[in-house]
Design a protein around this ligand. Structure first.
Ligand SMILES: *[C@@H]1O[C@H](CO)[C@@H](O)[C@H](O)[C@H]1NC(C)=O
Ligand SMILES: *[C@@H]1O[C@H](CO)[C@@H](O)[C@H](O)[C@H]1NC(C)=O
Ligand SMILES: *[C@@H]1O[C@H](CO)[C@@H](O)[C@H](O)[C@H]1NC(C)=O
Ligand SMILES: *[C@@H]1O[C@H](CO)[C@@H](O)[C@H](O)[C@H]1NC(C)=O
Length: 383
């Protein structure tokens, strides 16, 4: 709900509140008049101190002129080329070990997103807290930056593990029957850094407290979507973003994924069950991670697409001669019989390489409302 008081002829004071079980108008993300919503995913920037920070794994001929500033330039180019409606940074935004001042590195890392005036969101990876700020400190710093929709944690969850668990609702087209409904639900979770249980080695995982919050949020959103007006038979599609891949990312080989796998799946050494939780909730159609910079595939298991973005940052490990890359996701609405816009009809993805023409590769349909089996396209678009 929104209420405004006209103070003078130019100033309008607005109060926003979130209707229980309804669409949170305050966030104001919604599909545009072209029935499209596009998300740019940036994984593993590994930003440190800027121009003095060298690049890793580039060709010998590229090393001298390469620094964190190349990462910044790539973010800018991607924003200009794709004009996304939301930018999502999926962790290891900064490489804490080499960042002298965490706050400065975060400011610099997100600067191109901030100056684009496009709303953006971020989650934490396993390296973000290795500089001068704790995980909580990093997330608190992020939520204080301009144009971000990130939040430290949901107010409705009194106890939750990690920092940077929240959801974002994307409303239907203004003036359509779906204008007060979230037609696309985005979930952001903190997948932790290292295990804090001494008998369990390796990386962190999504904890029961976070899964409970996800389940409750998903159920609440499903009820709202299936309620009047335009009562729907099933939930609105959801997309989940976090840093560390789930053990289920290891379910594929080149016969059943799109993209490449050039290193092992570095998930936690235990399975905390978040994949099963998502399958049971039924709304999430795809989960997007980073963490393994040399893997950039999407594979489908139990009707959920598990996708990597591929490494983005130049101070992150990579492979010389194998371009840094980013993932784009676009959701399209269906046309109603009356010629207006309805609910989400399809969700597509592709990647772009940081080469001369920002070459788009591996275009594919992740999910579509009508056909159960996604179609596949090898090459899409140009510059
Ligand atoms: C990094 O940026 C510099 C300056 O624009 C450019 O000359 C160089 O080719 C870039 N390096 C890579 C690996 O993209
Ligand atoms: C959406 O909410 C506004 C404000 O309450 C209302 O005027 C409008 O009719 C609603 N739209 C639909 C499609 O229900
Ligand atoms: C992918 O194919 C391999 C065999 O090539 C099979 O073992 C695996 O179960 C398949 N994965 C999925 C998710 O279908
Ligand atoms: C994955 O791990 C296995 C066993 O630890 C190892 O033999 C293999 O070389 C690794 N594969 C890649 C692509 O790194």
């Amino acid at each position: 709900m929104k209420e405004c008081w006209k103070l003078t002829t130019v100033a309008v004071l607005c109060f926003f509140w979130v209707p229980i079980g309804g669409f949170a108008v305050e966030q104001q993300l919604r599909f545009g008049k072209n029935g499209e919503f596009k998300i740019l995913q940036v994984a593993d920037m590994h930003f440190a101190d800027g121009k003095t920070t060298p690049c890793k794994d580039v060709l010998p001929s590229q090393a001298a002129s390469c620094s964190d500033l190349n990462t910044t330039a790539f973010v800018r180019r991607m924003i200009l080329a794709e004009k996304p409606h939301l930018i999502v940074f999926t962790g290891d935004n900064i490489f804490g070990l080499d960042a002298t001042d965490a706050a400065k590195s975060l400011n610099a890392a997100f600067a191109p997103a901030i100056s684009s005036n496009i709303p953006w969101a971020a989650v934490l990876g396993n390296h973000d807290q290795e500089s001068t700020l704790s995980r909580e400190g990093v997330m608190k710093h992020i939520v204080g930056l301009k144009n971000t929709l990130a939040r430290v944690n949901p107010v409705e969850a009194h106890i939750i593990d990690g920092f940077g668990n929240y959801n974002i609702e994307v409303g239907g087209v203004k003036g359509s029957g779906f204008e007060n409904k979230s037609v696309l639900n985005l979930y952001f979770l903190d997948s932790g850094d290292r295990s804090t249980v001494s008998s369990i080695p390796g990386y962190g995982w999504i904890k029961p407290s976070q899964q409970l919050w996800f389940e409750r949020t998903s159920a609440k959103l499903r009820r709202a979507f299936m309620d009047k007006p335009e009562a729907q038979k099933g939930p609105a599609p959801g997309l989940a973003y976090f840093h560390i891949p789930l053990p289920e990312f290891a379910s594929f080989d080149s016969t059943n994924f799109t993209g490449v796998r050039q290193e092992n799946i570095s998930s936690a050494s235990v399975n905390s069950g978040f994949f099963t939780t998502m399958v049971a909730a039924g709304d999430v159609k795809a989960a997007f991670t980073g963490h393994d910079h040399l893997n950039d595939f999407c594979g489908k298991l139990n009707n959920i697409q598990l996708c990597y973005a591929g490494g983005f940052g130049y101070h992150a490990y990579g492979k010389a001669g194998w371009a840094r890359r980013a993932r784009v996701v676009v959701a399209n609405l269906e046309k109603t019989e009356k010629g207006g816009w309805g609910a989400v009809k399809s969700i597509k993805t592709w990647k772009r390489l940081d080469d001369k023409h920002l070459t788009a590769i591996d275009g594919q349909v992740l999910w579509s409302k009508t056909s159960a089996e996604p179609r596949r396209k090898k090459q899409i678009g140009g510059t």
